[in-house]
Design a binder for this molecule. Structure first.
Ligand code: TGC
Ligand code: FAD
Length: 388
């Protein structure tokens, strides 16, 4: 059955023709290029690299970056809709786009020199170069301020020592945006593939986000040239600003994941017969569908308003935390309920639900865990930090 999206509150009436056209183009791309292949890549624990040039051609990398640097200069609602459609395909595909756009192009655009912007951004938009973002360390995940990776000033540049962990695209990246302490203050560095003393081994054994490359980054006396420091980065606030961008994309992305699980459960329940009737006719299943649709609609409304707040420059990071926290939680619940509604068939790879259910475990964890976003909101409400 043709997928038509989920739009109970007629939000389509609020999107512009351009926003809808771009969303539909990405939806078609997902239907034609991702859904037919993704289970295989997921099972083989590989990222489908061959789709990246097509994604670049569609303008899916850095879509909000101005055209003079290779982006499309689109608004944040459109960026969100792109992420919604990509994650309906798979969280690993959305992750690839999130990292390239929000965690690599955004920091170069925001904290980079004019030379860095001109050199890197068009290549990243065209996917001639792939990037990754290294903040998390083996001993510092939720609390990146404790990071021990450090840079020391030497003649002509900086020497970098330390390690990062759980880095999306690390092994396949041409350039890593790495956050390290220089004289005790966090700064961003562009570490290029092939730099002596830089290794990026792939993390094996993941049971979630399998169609995505995850890596460790190791820096052993890496000499980083002077021109590769991000000159306008300043303190932990700089990487946290990047996280706000990526968290926004995740809020939309997981809504797409939830829409796909809901749609699959709805179609299945209408056709599956038990006790002489479709299982959709039983009250308990109708309640499940009603709750799923309500939660999707609430998530869509959060996303819609959040996009406007960003475009109107009224967004605070706490607004994004609320949407990331809520939407990951409801997506996880919806994927789990959808799995139940398919009975035994729910565990088969013939349906996308089990893959989404496994993926959401990563998505709920990265970019700030559910608990971190709860505490961010708690601090905003009370003025009291409960992190320590
Ligand atoms: P804190 O003192 O609160 O803040 C330091 C400065 O930063 C400002 N700030 C933010 N600015 C922009 N966006 C945000 N989200 C911000 N959060 C804080 C803050 O106002 C302050 O500014 P200033 O001017 O006063 O200096 O810092 P803290 O050390 O107490 O940390 C707070 C905490 C715990 C919320 C933060 O560390 C945090 O968010 N932790 C979670 C870590 C996290 O999310 N890691 C994600 C790693 S990247 C990743 O997962 C990529 S997955 C990609 C994929 O595959 O899709
Ligand atoms: P911890 O910080 O050790 O937390 C463990 C548990 O304790 C969590 O439940 C947490 O909520 C809880 N906890 C911690 N502190 C508190 C507290 N103060 N109060 C209450 N509860 C608390 N990072 C990058 O930098 N770049 C990437 O590209 C990237 N990609 C990733 C891809 C995947 C597939 C995954 C799984 C992770 C990725 N990450 C990346 C790392 C991710 O951001 C971290 O895993 C996340 O921030 C949590 O850190 P942690 O795993 O060390 O958990």
């Amino acid at each position: 059955m043709e997928y038509k999206g989920v739009d109970f509150y007629l939000l389509d009436n609020l999107f512009t023709e351009e926003e809808k056209a771009i969303r539909d183009t990405v939806r078609d791309f997902v239907n034609e290029q991702i859904l037919p292949i993704i289970e295989k890549y997921n099972q083989e624990m590989k990222f489908p690299m061959h789709i990246v040039p097509q994604m670049a051609e569609l303008g899916l990398f850095g879509p909000t970056i101005p055209a003079e640097y290779g982006g499309l200069g689109l608004n944040y609602t459109t960026y969100g809709l792109i992420m919604q459609e990509l994650e309906r395909g798979d969280s690993g595909i959305r992750s690839f786009a999130s990292v390239q756009s929000s965690l690599v192009m955004y920091p170069i655009y925001t904290f980079g020199s004019e030379e860095q912007k001109k050199h890197w951004l068009p290549k990243l938009a065209a996917a001639e170069k792939i990037g990754c973002f290294g903040l998390t360390e083996p001993d510092f995940g939720s609390n990146p301020s404790g990071m021990i990776t450090k840079a020391e000033k030497v003649e002509g540049g900086y020497v970098l020592n330390g390690a990062k962990m759980w880095i999306t695209n690390g092994t396949i990246a041409d350039v890593a945006v790495v956050w390290a302490k220089l004289d005790g203050k966090v700064k961003g560095f562009l570490v290029e593939k092939g730099t002596k003393g830089f290794y990026a081994p792939e993390t094996k054994g993941k049971l979630s986000l399998r169609a995505s490359v995850t890596s460790e980054l190791v820096f052993e006396d890496c000499l980083i040239p002077e021109e590769n420091i991000l000159p306008n980065s300043s303190g932990l606030k700089s990487p946290l600003m990047c996280l706000t961008q990526a968290r926004y994309g995740i809020a939309w992305g997981v809504t797409g994941l939830a829409m796909e699980c809901y749609n699959t459960a709805l179609n299945y329940s209408l056709s599956r017969i038990q006790f002489g009737k479709s299982i959709a006719s039983f009250q308990i299943n109708q309640q499940k569908l009603a709750v799923m649709l309500t939660e999707i609609t609430k998530a869509q409304l959060l996303n819609y308003r959040l996009g406007k707040l960003i475009d109107e420059k009224k967004m605070r990071p706490q607004h994004v935390s609320m949407a990331k926290r809520n939407n990951c939680e409801i997506a996880k619940n919806i994927a789990s309920t959808a799995r139940e509604m398919l009975g035994a068939n729910g565990i088969l790879d013939e349906y996308p639900i089990m893959r989404h259910l496994n993926n959401i475990e990563s998505v709920k964890t990265y970019e700030g865990t559910h608990e971190m976003h709860t505490l961010i909101l708690g601090q905003d409400i009370t003025g009291i930090s409960a992190f320590e």
